[in-house]
Each structure stands twice: as structure tokens, then as C-alpha cells.
Design a protein around this ligand. Structure first.
Ligand SMILES: NC(=O)C1=CN([C@@H]2O[C@H](COP(=O)(O)OP(=O)(O)OC[C@H]3O[C@@H](n4cnc5c(N)ncnc54)[C@H](OP(=O)(O)O)[C@@H]3O)[C@@H](O)[C@H]2O)C=CC1
Ligand SMILES: O=C(O)C1=N[C@H](C(=O)O)C[C@H](O)C1
Length: 246
């Protein structure tokens, strides 16, 4: 079976890479490659649309896709619990429609998050550092926020209370942003692509888990897997770890 795929954000850094990947996939056909300001009419031919646009645009795009019964694979970041709840309400009357949102489609990043969740119950102290290119629109990264939430959930399940921290900040932001009790630090530099370190500290030891995306092709196997998977996975799925056999 050939899957008809549309891409939103097609002229962007990720969208252009997705266009190439879809064109190179023998089981997919690219039917629309659209960007900001384009007419969405060509999406009528798409079974699945991949969205790598902008946090300010993605909810309107998803509303359009759900209204038109088109499955969606979403890499665009900055999904709050409120946004996810809105999306679930849109999907409720569409029981066969699937939306897959993944803050990171790179296999290594998904594994790093899983390892971090595993480690979280053994270490009361954890910090996340994400490092990205300086054209990135949002901070913290979607991956860092998701990682922090996974650590928080693993701690809650294991009954681990976040470790002591005696520091008083002299300057706002010196300790980063707290996402569900986990400090997250964002670095922006030209030359970087997408990188994350998760640091754990315990009695006389530290554990560092690090992932580096050195090229945007690192995200493509996950995106193509998402396109193939979303057709048979109705409802909202958040995180590639929930569809991969890890
Ligand atoms: N989940 C993952 O694995 C990954 C996620 N990302 C995320 O993907 C998103 C895009 O990143 P990146 O490609 O670097 O960003 P870019 O800015 O390079 O690309 C975004 C593109 O989307 C276009 N766009 C904006 N609004 C719309 C709209 N309403 N409809 C269609 N196209 C639109 C932009 O056009 P214009 O410039 O004219 O506004 C631009 O061409 C970010 O949220 C980023 O964090 C990135 C890498 C991996
Ligand atoms: O903007 C990017 O580049 C990336 N965005 C995603 C995020 O915010 O986590 C995924 C990856 O880190 C690259």
C-alpha cells in the first residue's frame, strides 16, 4: 500500500528534510509540500500530514487536519497540557483518526529519555541541559520539557522526593527553569543542531546521559515510522516511546 503524505512547514529546516525522506520512501507518495501562506487545498489528497511548523501555527493546522479527517504526525514543539486537552476534545468525535505528537523523533533521544526515567527513581537530584542552534524559536526544547516530565512521573511513581538544594539565586534564571520540579537549562549557539544532557547526582557519584543529533536526517526514521504507524493508531499519542518496541 502507498501512503499519501502531505508536509506542512515544507520550506523549513525540518520540513525540507521530511520532503526528501518521504520522496525516498518506496511506500509513500508526497502529495503536498506546503508552507506559511500556502492554500491548504492540496492536503485533500493526503492520508497523513507531517507538521514541522511553529508553536504559534500548529494548533490551527491540527484543527484543520482533524476537521478534514487527515491523520497527523507532529514534530512541532511547545505542547502544554492545555493544548493536549484541546486536541483530545477535537478527536473525541473522530474515533478512527490518529494524531502522533513526538517532541523528538531521533531514536537516541527517545532512548535517552527512557534511560533518564529509569535512573530517576535512584537519584533524588537531576538537571537537564539542552543545547540547540540559535535559530530555534522556543525554550526550553520540547524534548527537555518531556524529559523533565518523565523524570517527575518516575519519581512520583517511586515515591522519590527531589533532592536538597541549598542554593539561593542571585540572578533570575541562574538555576534555569523548573519543569515539574526538574531544573532545565537552555543553551543556544550557532553550529549546534540538537543536543541534550541529563545529569543525575548521588552520594559521591554522578551519572550523565547525553544524546546528540548531528544532522536532521537523525529524525527521519522516526518520522517515517510515525507516518506508517499513525494510520492504525487512533486517538492522541504523545511520545515515540509509546509506539516503539523499546
Ligand atoms: N520532534 C522533533 O523530532 C523535532 C522537532 N522540531 C521542531 O519542529 C519545529 C520546526 O523546526 P524547524 O524546521 O527548525 O523550523 P523552521 O523555522 O526552519 O521551519 C518552520 C517552517 O514552517 C513554516 N510555517 C510557519 N507557519 C506555518 C503554517 N501555518 N503552515 C505551514 N507552514 C508554516 C515556516 O515558514 P516561515 O519561516 O515563512 O514562517 C518555516 O518554513 C519546531 O517547533 C522545532 O522545535 C525540530 C526538529 C526535530
Ligand atoms: O528546534 C529544533 O531543532 C529541535 N526541536 C525539538 C525540541 O524542541 O525538542 C527536537 C530537537 O531537539 C530539535
Amino acid at each position: 500500500m502507498t501512503i499519501n503524505v502531505g508536509v506542512l512547514g515544507a520550506r523549513g529546516r525540518m520540513g525540507a528534510t521530511v520532503v526528501n525522506a518521504v520522496e525516498g520512501a518506496s511506500d509513500m507518495k508526497l502529495v503536498a509540500a506546503l508552507d506559511a501562506g500556502d492554500d491548504f487545498a492540496p492536503l485533500a489528497d493526503a492520508q497523513v500530514v507531517v507538521d514541522f511548523t511553529h508553536p504559534d501555527a500548529v494548533m490551527d493546522n491540527l484543527k484543520y487536519l482533524v476537521e478534514h479527517d487527515i491523520h497527523a504526525v507532529v514534530g512541532t514543539t511547545a505542547f502544554s497540557e492545555e493544548r493536549l486537552a484541546t486536541l483530545r476534545s477535537w478527536l473525541e468525535p473522530k474515533p478512527s483518526l490518529g494524531v502522533l505528537i513526538a517532541p523528538n523523533f531521533a531514536l537516541g533521544a527517545v532512548l535517552a529519555m527512557r534511560f533518564a526515567a529509569q535512573a530517576a527513581k535512584f537519584y533524588a537530584s537531576a538537571e537537564v541541559i539542552e543545547l540547540h542552534h540559535n535559530r530555534k524559536a522556543d525554550a526550553p526544547s520540547g524534548t527537555a520539557a518531556h524529559t523533565a516530565r518523565m523524570i517527575a512521573a518516575a519519581r512520583a511513581e517511586a515515591g522519590v522526593t527531589p533532592g536538597p538544594d541549598a542554593t539561593t539565586s542571585e540572578l533570575d534564571g541562574a538555576r534555569g527553569a523548573a519543569v515539574e520540579g526538574v531544573h532545565v537549562h537552555s543553551v543556544r549557539l550557532p553550529g549546534l543542531v540538537a543536543h541534550e544532557e541529563i545529569l543525575f547526582g548521588g552520594e559521591g557519584e554522578t551519572l550523565t546521559i547525553r544524546h546528540d543529533s548531528l544532522d536532521r536526517t537523525s529524525f527521519m526514521p522516526g518520522v517515517l515510522f510515525g507516518v506508517r504507524t499513525v494510520l492504525t493508531r487512533p486517538g492522541l499519542t504523545v511520545g515515540l516511546e509509546n509506539v516503539l518496541d523499546l
